[in-house]
Design a protein around this ligand. Structure first.
Ligand code: NAG
Ligand code: NAG
Ligand code: NAG
Ligand code: NAG
Ligand code: NAG
Ligand code: NAG
Length: 252
């Protein structure tokens, strides 16, 4: 009996134990990372843009506010870098700082040399550009992720889901708190309880926030019809639903 024969199952077991550890210590999902490089201009490694970008990205984690939002600019003209960072609203400030630090490092790995990029980490978003981005609603670039398990009756399921999403939209857009978010669950006895979370960046108007979330709700059946869990990732708004709890309910 060779050790090598058992190695794959051993690795599998170790990964499984790690996965369970993540699930227990955090929310019931591993950390997924999505990114989009905008291919709209590039910088060289010895440029002033690169120097400004490094400076501003490393300023996010120490300076992000307790509401989990950060915006800043550095440099002049074509060397100017604007950055926006946002944490999911149910995080503790210490978690927020840790995840935006990870995301600020990762965005450089994902989009080397790019003057415009966005990265959605499981728990936060980091975005930079040479163009002004603060206060301007942005629907694109966008991305999505979905659960590969299907719902039994999508028409009924999505009807229930839309009732929940419709009720969260104005709560998010008109939230009096600086954290523009709302989350809730809705029992759906024919299948499973639906949990949903919506959030906008703090720099856009309530109208823009509502339209952004509307677009995202419309996207669900386009990208991911039948799926029992979907996230729609845009620069200005975040929408996610699952049929398992995934956010910290005591922060809502
Ligand atoms: C690229 O940048 C130019 C000017 O900086 C802008 O007009 C254009 O919309 C951008 N294109 C994309 C795809 O972002
Ligand atoms: C950066 O390096 C390239 C060659 O690798 C050189 O042509 C360019 O002049 C340098 N730019 C600056 C701003 O030093
Ligand atoms: C960052 O956001 C604040 C409001 O939250 C605003 O007053 C400030 O001008 C913004 N800074 C930049 C560089 O856009
Ligand atoms: C959401 O807010 C808009 C603008 O204030 C309003 O017209 C609309 O009726 C509201 N929708 C719901 C469901 O409350
Ligand atoms: C979102 O869409 C609903 C109908 O699907 C509409 O009643 C509502 O006014 C829209 N809200 C915004 C802010 O666009
Ligand atoms: C959820 O939030 C509470 C505070 O409201 C905090 O004590 C708890 O540690 C959080 N849970 C997780 C898993 O972060």
């Amino acid at each position: 009996m060779s050790f090598w024969k058992w190695l794959p199952s051993f690795i599998f077991l170790v990964s499984l134990i790690n996965l369970v550890a993540i699930v227990k210590s955090q929310f019931p999902t591993p950390i997924y990372i999505h990114s989009k490089c905008q291919n709209n201009g590039s910088y060289t490694s010895n440029s002033t843009y690169k120097k400004n970008l490094d400076t501003i990205l490393s300023s996010i984690s120490p300076n992000i506010d307790t509401n989990g939002f950060y915006n800043a600019s550095i440099g002049e003209k074509s060397d100017r870098v604007n950055v926006i960072a946002m944490c999911r609203a149910d995080l503790q400030p210490s978690q927020c700082r840790r995840y935006v630090r990870d995301a600020s490092i990762e965005i450089l790995n994902k989009c080397p040399g790019q003057k415009q990029a966005i990265l959605w980490h499981e728990f936060c978003m980091v975005r930079y550009s040479d163009e002004a981005i603060f206060g301007n609603v942005a629907y694109s670039p966008f991305d999505w992720g979905n659960n590969i398990e299907n719902v039994p009756d999508p028409d009924k399921f999505y009807q229930e889901l839309n009732i929940l999403l419709d009720s969260l939209r104005n709560q998010t857009a008109y939230n009096r708190s600086p954290k523009k978010f709302a989350a809730a669950s809705r029992p759906y006895p024919e299948y499973r309880t639906i949990y949903a979370f919506e959030q906008c960046t703090a720099d856009i108007t309530p109208q823009d926030c509502g339209s952004c979330l509307n677009q995202s709700a419309l996207e669900i059946r386009q990208c991911c019809d039948w799926s029992r869990g979907v996230r729609i990732l845009r620069p200005s708004c975040y929408l996610r639903f699952e049929t398992d709890p995934f956010y910290n309910e005591s922060m809502v």
